[in-house]
Design a protein around this ligand. Structure first.
Ligand code: TYM
Length: 323
């Protein structure tokens, strides 16, 4: 049996980058009989940037609803909220004391965010340690993530190995699982899709709003009849991630031959998204209107998660002389 674990920060509604880069590959792994999967809503992480309580609650529900809407089986697996198993903050402290300061100071995501954000708090700095605790707390073997999280996985492995060297085998050393084709999903401006760049596509938006976002995707100004380069076009590069191979080949040929305008390509992308996610959109809207159903699922998930976390924490406390 392999244990799979991953988390999504609840600072917004998950966007297409989260969905394609992490959530769908993770759900595919979770459907295999031999895997046990723990997927969680990283609501402690959200506090680094999101200070508003109502917005946090809404986003927690949105992330939970997205997991379920995309097909995560919460009976076979475990869906929980990070803060419902607060033991993770105790483990974070222990791990902090085994994390060299320069390792965090040199983390790419800290450097990149601290240059850009006005609120550079200590949480932002120590965020990879909380993430390491999330993973090590549950003896996870594999962690499906997008490419931007790879360094955090390396930090996690480094901390686990450092601890294991000093105290003997304590932590399972996890491996990142990255799906090459979707490891960096581009946003509406061609950069990595991200909430912070405001270039994201929210697949749960009402129809007209989603259409507007798709229409806002940046392209060059080539006319309908002109041949176009599919590989440098943002619309095509998103389309190929959601369309099947035949549809993708068809659009590629049309681009190369000329005769299709960007407006039509955007409409094709919009209708493909609507079709691909029609069932997910329905379930998502139902759950967001009935959040008591989400609460019940998350509560049950937290009980199952704590049953795995507690013995691991006891193992660590024992090694460190706290037990
Ligand atoms: P977060 O919430 O920023 O992103 C969630 C997942 O989505 C992936 N992702 C993308 N993949 C491809 N293309 C994109 N444009 C794109 N944008 C985001 C991310 O790589 C990630 O896998 N720190 C984590 C949450 C977390 C976590 C964990 C993950 C906390 N503890 C333990 C795994 C294990 C984060 O902020 O991801």
């Amino acid at each position: 049996m392999a244990r799979i674990l991953t988390g999504i920060t609840s600072n917004n509604i998950p966007h297409l980058g989260n969905v394609l880069g992490a959530m769908l590959p993770a759900i595919e792994l979770s459907n295999k009989a031999e895997n046990e999967s723990l997927y969680f809503i990283a609501d402690f992480h959200s506090l680094i940037s999101l200070k508003d309580a109502e917005a946090r609650k809404n986003s927690i529900n949105a992330v939970a609803a997205t997991w379920i809407a995309l097909g995560f089986d919460t009976q076979k697996n475990i869906l929980y909220r990070q803060s419902d198993v607060p033991q993770v903050t105790e483990l974070t402290w222990y791990l902090n004391c085994f994390t060299p300061y320069p390792m965090l100071a040199n983390a790419v995501s800290f450097k990149e965010k601290s240059d850009r954000l006005s609120d550079v708090n200590s949480g932002l700095f120590t965020y990879p340690v909380l993430m390491a605790a999330d993973i090590l707390m549950y003896d996870a073997n594999f962690v499906p993530v997008g490419k931007d999280q790879l360094q955090h996985l390396e930090i996690t492995r480094d901390i686990a190995e450092r601890f294991n060297r000093q105290y003997g085998d304590t932590f399972v050393v996890p491996e990142a699982k990255i799906e090459e084709s979707v490891m960096i999903v581009p946003g509406t401006d061609g950069q990595k899709m991200s909430k912070s760049y405001n270039n994201f596509i929210n697949i749960f938006l009402p129809e007209k709003e989603l259409e507007k976002v798709i229409k806002s995707i940046k392209t060059d100004s080539k006319g309908v009849e002109e041949p176009k380069d599919p590989d440098t076009c943002n619309v095509f590069n998103i389309y190929k991630l959601v369309a099947d191979a035949t549809q993708t080949d068809f659009l590629r040929t049309k681009y190369i031959e000329g005769g299709i305008g960007y407006g039509s390509a955007k409409l094709l992308l919009y209708s493909t998204l609507m079709l691909k996610f029609s069932k997910a959109r329905e379930t998502y809207n139902h759950l967001m209107a009935n959040t008591q159903e989400l609460d019940a699922i998350l509560k049950q998930g937290a009980v199952k998660a704590a049953a795995i976390a507690n013995p691991v924490l006891a193992r660590v406390r024992h090694k460190l002389g706290y037990l």
